[in-house]
Design a protein around this ligand. Structure first.
Ligand code: ATP
Length: 198
């Protein structure tokens, strides 16, 4: 899976609708301090489902919305979309999908895949199956290089599991175990009802 394009509107310092094409090969983002380089990486992590405002350098999720400046009023929403290209061998059919996350001030955020409303969980499973996501070790923000080098063996194992694409399977196993427990409880209840009838 490859990210082909990033679109932002009202996200942090990107108040105007902006679009960035990501060409094959290595992409570098350069610019003066404070111009928004880290905000771009945070936009990618946010649309992939990042749920912690702290890891996006904010106090609350609404802090990703353009907060206004001395000359411009704040915005009421932020929206980020990424266009994904699935190649042969990736999960699902080869083709393109656009994942969008939008947040409105005070009302929380919602996701769409190719214009269809979906749950946050659908988005996180999509990326987990593709061995990527908001916490992918491939997205290394400033200051994280040292922490990866110094990671404990258990933390490194999580990184390897994520890179190997099995974290989606863990999420599905948890779901399946919950359903299994609910079904077992139903069967016990059924057995009790049947023995009451005898
Ligand atoms: P550096 O090279 O110093 O790390 P950078 O290019 O990575 O900087 P960022 O940290 O991405 O820059 O951007 C910081 C800028 O984004 C600051 O000017 C900050 O005021 C602005 N910013 C962050 N959140 C918001 C927001 N919600 N509304 C408006 N501007 C914001």
């Amino acid at each position: 899976m490859r990210i082909r394009r990033l679109k932002l509107s009202g996200f942090k310092s990107f108040v105007e609708a902006s679009e960035l094409r990501i060409e094959p090969g290595l992409t570098g983002v350069v610019g003066p301090n404070g111009c928004g380089k880290s905000n771009l990486l945070e936009a990618i992590r946010w649309v992939m489902g990042e749920g912690s405002p702290k890891s996006l350098r904010g106090g609350g999720m609404d802090d990703v919305i353009f907060a206004g400046t001395a000359t411009r009023p704040q915005r009421d929403f932020a929206e980020v979309s990424i266009l994904l290209e699935r190649q042969h061998g990736d999960e699902g059919q080869a083709g393109e999908s656009e994942v969008t996350r939008r947040i409105e001030r005070g009302t929380g955020s919602a996701y769409r895949i190719d214009g269809r409303d979906v749950r946050a969980k659908d988005v996180s499973l999509l990326f987990a199956d593709a061995a990527t996501g908001a916490h992918s070790p491939a997205l290394v923000s400033q200051g994280k290089v040292g922490s990866i080098i110094a990671a404990k063996p258990t933390e490194r194992r999580l990184l390897l599991e994520e890179a190997a694409g099995i974290s989606g399977l863990h999420a599905r196993r948890k779901d399946a175990e919950q359903k299994l427990r609910a079904t077992e409880a139903n069967l016990t209840r059924l057995a009790e009802l049947l023995s009451d009838q005898e």
